[in-house]
Design a protein around this ligand. Structure first.
Ligand code: FES
Length: 159
């Protein structure tokens, strides 16, 4: 019953967002961003509403959601840690940073820890290349990640 209500709620809030933005040129991405802002992710229940509103197939909408890594299919954890995986950070060891953080948290990219405390995501350049390897924790950028900083971040995420 609660699920049913939640689905109806998602559908009506999604319909309002679609209605508001469908007149834009290339409305699908702004609509998806609006929906992610509203719900923290893009719920499955929103897809048919968007498809109907824009005259697209559900497969087309689903394809766009899965193509862009920005969109989450599930709710995020309490914290969102984004690790830069673009070129400048790669050259400064972002792979090793990511491997260490994945190991400490026990999750991979696009996953959330079981306790719901953190979601780990890749990001492609945070404009902080001079201080690479870089990350963003809950919207705040962090540069020059080294072992010490990684341990501090993970301890903070767990507290
Ligand atoms: S490449 Fe990582 S911040 Fe630019």
């Amino acid at each position: 019953m609660t699920m049913q209500l939640a689905s109806t709620e998602i559908a009506s809030r999604t319909a309002a967002i679609v209605q508001e933005m469908k007149g834009l040129e290339g409305p699908l991405l702004p609509i998806l961003h609006g929906i992610q802002e509203e719900f923290g992710h893009v719920p499955q229940e929103a897809l048919p509403v968007i498809a109907d509103g824009l005259n697209l197939s559900r497969a087309e909408v689903h394809g766009v959601v899965t193509f862009y890594h920005d969109f989450r299919a599930r709710p995020a954890g309490r914290h969102v840690l984004k690790l830069c995986q673009a070129e400048a950070c790669q050259s400064m060891g972002s792979d090793a940073v990511a491997a260490k953080i994945k190991q400490l948290l026990g999750i991979g990219f696009h996953e959330t820890t079981r306790d719901g405390s953190v979601t780990l995501e890749p990001v492609y350049c945070l404009g902080l290349c001079a201080c690479s390897p870089s990350a963003m924790l809950d919207g705040e950028v962090i540069g020059r990640l080294d072992d010490e900083k990684i341990e501090e971040i993970v301890a903070e995420l767990r507290s």
